[in-house]
Design a protein around this ligand. Structure first.
Ligand SMILES: [Zn+2]
Length: 176
């Protein structure tokens, strides 16, 4: 697994980590947040460093705009996958993103891009339990852990199989 921190590297907003798993040929984002503060407009409008059409799915830790705010841009630029998060995170994110459209440059994204998001709440499944793994694709799974940062937030461990009996993982916290 190759991991690149593409957001929140020169500030504390714009959280986004890009994970590329060679074995399964899948690519994942953990959060896809909006930049805020100085030069935020330019930062939000610049091209993604990854190809949105090649991203398999987004794992969203919580609904703050600096974690979910560029997800509609991802869909606008061809992403076809799902956004995995809690139901509360999906519901709060929808409200925030619709509100954000009213304040953003129309170049960034529209109401229709927000509507095109394919939310995949994992905690509505009757088999869901905090700390229990959920397979996303063969050899890739996530393990959500209850967060306390805001309603719906979770720390999410993404794990991948490195051999028949060995898994390793990357954990994203829900803080900030
Ligand atoms: Zn936050």
């Amino acid at each position: 697994m190759k991991i690149k921190f593409v957001g929140a590297i020169d500030g504390i907003t714009g959280s986004c980590s890009w994970l590329k798993h060679i074995g399964s040929g899948t690519q994942w984002l953990v959060d896809c947040g909006m930049n805020q503060g100085a030069q935020a407009g330019l930062k939000n409008e610049r091209p993604f460093v990854f190809e949105p059409t090649e991203i398999t799915g987004v794992i969203l830790t919580h609904a703050h705009i600096d974690h979910c705010g560029l997800i509609p841009k991802l869909y606008k630029e061809g992403f076809k996958g799902k956004v995995y998060c809690t139901e509360a995170t999906a519901e709060i994110s929808k409200i925030q993103l619709k509100s954000a459209v009213k304040h953003l440059s129309p170049k960034l994204y529209s109401d229709q891009d927000v509507d095109s998001i394919q939310w995949a709440p994992f905690d509505t499944d009757e088999r869901f339990n905090w700390g229990k793994s959920i397979a996303l694709v063969p050899n890739i799974k996530i393990t959500p852990m209850r967060g306390s940062h805001m309603l719906g937030s979770s720390a999410i461990q993404l794990s991948w199989k490195v051999s028949e009996s060995l898994w390793t993982s990357h954990t994203s916290l829900d803080a900030i």
